[in-house]
Design a protein around this ligand. Sequence first.
Ligand code: SF4
Ligand SMILES: [Zn+2]
Length: 113
Amino acid sequence: MSSCPRCQQPVRHDDVSCPHCGYQLKAFGHPGIPLYRANPEEPLCLTCTYHLDDSCNFPKRPYAQTCTLYQNIDEPILTPPPRRQPAPWYRRNPTLVGVLGLLAISLILALAN
Ligand code: SF4
Ligand SMILES: [Zn+2]
């Protein structure tokens, strides 16, 4: 269990705000959107990947004290694994392929006689 940055009381990982002092812990009232906060001396942008690669266009850059998209330069960006292509229809329906093959052979034999 983590603790509240303001009052140091324990908070659950999905608490939107601290149940003890009301300090905002997540952005937009959603438990799935983390709210990153800077320490008073250093804005978040100074250690953010998107500031260093110049890809951020947030208006609060480069002095952001809070941000939902902060990405620490020392932490790797997790990318989702590549999507697997679905198997072709003939691999998903081997019975149908067998029946069609038998029908084709039967038709060829019937036409040959
Ligand atoms: S994503 Fe947030 S912390 Fe990063 S550069 Fe932009 S405003 Fe700053
Ligand atoms: Zn608190």
